[in-house]
Structure formats: structure tokens, C-alpha cells
Design a protein. Sequence first.
Length: 341
Amino acid sequence: MEGSNAKGASRRNVLAGAALLTGSMVATRAAAQGGVPGDILSFSRDVREPDLIVPLWPSGRMPGGPVPNVKEAVDDQWDNAGLRYRVAEHVTRPTLSYFAPANPTGAAVLITPGGGYSRVGIDREGYESARWMNSLGVAAFVLRYRLPADRWGAGALVALQDAQRAMRLIRSGGEGRWKVDPRRVTVMGGSAGGHLALSLAIKVYDRTYPMLDDMDHLLTRPDGAILLYPVVTLGEGTHVGSRTALLGPNPSAEAVAQWSFDRSVPGITPPILLVHAVHDRVVPVDHSLALFAAVRASGGAIDMHLFEEGAHGLGLRGDPAWPISRWPDLARAWQVRSGLA
């Protein structure tokens, strides 16, 4: 057993070293070429709101009940840099916020912001990322999903129900309200939102709710996934807040295994881009290392970029001096190479 652990630790060290070298080389090359066009923080300072906000579910037919006795609210604050920081709490009316690009390429992205499954980010990891994607010609959709921490009847499934319905709604064209290529829809999420995005990418055969209309014939599997400092495992080394919110204070071993993605993933999992800081104090970098190994073992496609410095939940607000702040440049290159731009 000790030999096996040592071998695993050695392999993880090699992976970490290789990823750090790759991330640093790419960031250095990007800096030499001018990096990300413009000021990436401009998308955080922008005040543009969604072009359209649509409900996910037909009136009176939302699955996952009974509805908990909570009141939906938005906590509206400003951070120390003067940037707006809204979060949604106790979501009972899940929605999709659509940002239309001025010069559409046909590609689209479903954005699932983090919040530990007890809140949902609106600005950071949400609207700001949508504005950035719009600047690249990508139609962006920000999901305000229901929170398992509120203890819905369907438990942990409610957030995934919303994510699956959102993917179908995007591909359907929203009854003519937008036009996207259904074969170029990426999902992007950070932290617990990264776990939700990963659940969408991996649980592709799980039908989490009864069919409601023709839209529910459409596939929920995204064509690619951009995961920022994601929660991957709910077992040892997990982010305890996310696990408790998703599964309750004393989850069974079976429930933990069902919602952990650190051991094996199906071969049908779409291509993945991973970004993580080695010294992330909220979600350990071991989460991304474990996912990288699991996807590689399945024969899947995964790019991983690790950085020495960086904060959890930075979104587009990272310190420009940190190489990790150039993750949008890496993500864009990955989108183009993967045919998702």
C-alpha cells in the first residue's frame, strides 16, 4: 500500500510540474505577443445587462419539488475595487440570461457561476464572462440555477435539472429568440459551478426529469467544458461547504461516489480545459489533478493549466501580474483549436 501511494504521489508531482511548465510557457509566449487584446478587467467594469432573461421551465411544470419555503433574493454589493458583486440566494425561478454578440460566429457558451451550491454568482463568473465571450462573437447564456442547499424535493438533482434544461433551451433557439450552432455549445463554470458544469459533461445519459415538450429530445451533453478551479470530488479533500450544500451534513458513501468525478469518467465526456492555482486555499489543486488523471485514463481529451499564484474565484478579476490572469487567452486558443469558436 505504501508503495502504491508513493507511486501515485510521484505521478501527481510529475503532472503538476509538467502543467506548471506548460502554463508558464504559454503565458510567457502570450505576454510576448501582447496577451489578451485590451483590458480584460473592462468586462468587469462594463455595466451592460442581459439582452434577454427567459424562464427555464414552462409555467407550473418545473420538476424537482416540492418547493422549499424560501424567498428568492439578490444580495447586491460592491467589492473593494469598486466592482459590482451580486449573488442570487434561494433561487425558486431559475432563468437563463442571454447576451447577444454584435458579430456572432454561431458558437455559444452556457455559464454556470459558482457559489458553493448555496448561492449563485451573477456578476463575477457570470455576466462579466458573458460580456467577454460576446467580444469574441460567442453567444453567452448565464444560468441562475436552483440551489440544493435549500433542500428541494429532488435534492442534489435540482441544479443539474436546470443545467440540462438550459442546454436544451440554448440548442432549441429559444423559439426563434437566438440562433446558434447546436454542435458548438460549450459549458463554462468555476468552483461549485465548475462541478455543475462537470456534472453536465459527465452525466450525459442521466435523464433527471420527465420529458415536458419537444425541446427535451435535444442532447444535454456540451461540446466542450471550460472549468475554473472546479470542485471535482466530494470525498477526501473536498470543499466541505459545497458537499454539505449538495448532499447534506451526513451523506452516504454512495451519494458521495455518485457526485465525485475523480476516479473514472465515461469515454463520451467532451474535451475539457482546466485552470487552477496551485495554492488555491478553497478548492485544492488536487481536484484538477485527479480529474486530469481520470480523463486521461478514459482516453478523453483534456488540457490543464496550473499556476503557482492565483486566488480562488477570480473570474476575470485576477491581478494582472499573475500569469493565471491570462487564462482567457488560453481558453480562447483552446476554443479555436477545438472548433468551438
